[in-house]
Design a protein around this ligand. Structure first.
Ligand code: NAP
Length: 257
């Protein structure tokens, strides 16, 4: 067996949002390769239907998908009931990866752009995390789990044209820490990952002159790949990170360190 398939997540059930595209898609692939059964979540059913057949099943792991809005509490409750139905157990890992950008300078930013970004990037993390944790609770106590929230380095450093996005991602970092403080005693770990500039459909629209400017600011002088974020998530999902809680892991090539 190759090192990229030793089964570090064998037997685990992982719920991954934003699964139809970019970083979420790479996380699903990596987790499946390592033996996890993946419950894919995104608002694009079509996108997930394209990803699903590409996910490894060599550990006899099974993959399902659910389409809906991750900021919708009713959807989240149904989703986690479906996880139990599909796998006969609740999830072991939750990755909150779905997110959007609606960039503009504050002077031009209308209220709807602010609300949409906060709703999708921050409220969804509350909705999904709370619904997930509820399923871990039983009369004998709570079952252990790993929760991974995809924030952004912009949530640490801020960025021109991204006041809405930066605020949402900063919120994710401290939401994560607070959940880790509350739940750590039960073996429920909660960590955030702060990607830098990663090549995905989200960053495809950035014009070339700006790309060049950003690239120069990265100590490693290149953009990251979705798989490099997936590798960090694999570590946080696996037992190899058994004592890692409340952390904010930067995967940026050194950008804004
Ligand atoms: P992406 O390629 O656009 O993928 C995000 C996926 O999430 C899309 O399929 C999107 O659907 C879905 N989604 C958005 N809102 C949703 C909702 N309310 N309910 C369900 N699904 C929803 O973006 P990405 O670059 O992979 O980004 C993934 C995460 O990493 C995001 O949280 C992003 O903020 C974060 N991040 C990315 C970078 C980067 O450089 N790419 C850097 C730092 C952090 P639609 O296409 O319909 O919106």
């Amino acid at each position: 067996m190759t090192s990229a398939g030793v089964g570090r997540l064998a037997g685990k059930v992982a719920v991954v949002t934003g699964a139809a595209s970019g970083i979420g898609k790479a996380i699903c692939s990596k987790f499946a390769l390592e033996g996890a059964s993946v419950m894919m979540v995104d608002r694009s059913r079509e996108g997930m239907e394209q990803v699903q057949p590409c996910l490894s099943t060599k550990f006899d792991n099974k993959h399902h998908l659910a389409d809906g809005d991750v900021a919708d509490m009713a959807f989240a409750k149904d989703l986690f009931s479906n996880v139990k139905e599909n796998y006969g157990k609740h999830g072991d890992v939750l990755v909150n990866c779905a997110g959007i950008i609606r960039d503009s300078l504050l002077i031009n930013m209308d209220e709807s752009r602010f609300d949409e970004v906060i709703q999708t990037n921050l409220k969804s993390v509350f909705v999904m995390t709370k619904s997930f944790i509820n399923t871990l609770n039983h009369p004998g106590g709570m079952d252990p789990a790993s929760i991974i929230n995809i924030s952004s380095i912009v949530g640490k450093g801020g960025n021109t044209g991204q006041a809405n996005y930066a605020a949402s991602k900063a919120g994710v970092i401290l939401f994560t820490k607070s959940v880790g403080f509350e739940m750590g005693r039960f073996g429920i770990r909660c960590n955030s990952v702060l990607p830098g500039f990663i090549k995905t459909p989200m960053t495809e629209q950035v014009p070339e002159p700006l790309l060049e400017k950003v690239r120069k600011q990265i100590p490693m002088k290149r953009f990251g790949m979705p798989e490099e974020i997936a590798n960090a998530c694999l570590f946080l999902a696996s037992d190899e990170s058994s004592y890692v809680n409340c952390s904010a892991l930067e995967v940026t090539g050194g950008m804004m360190a």
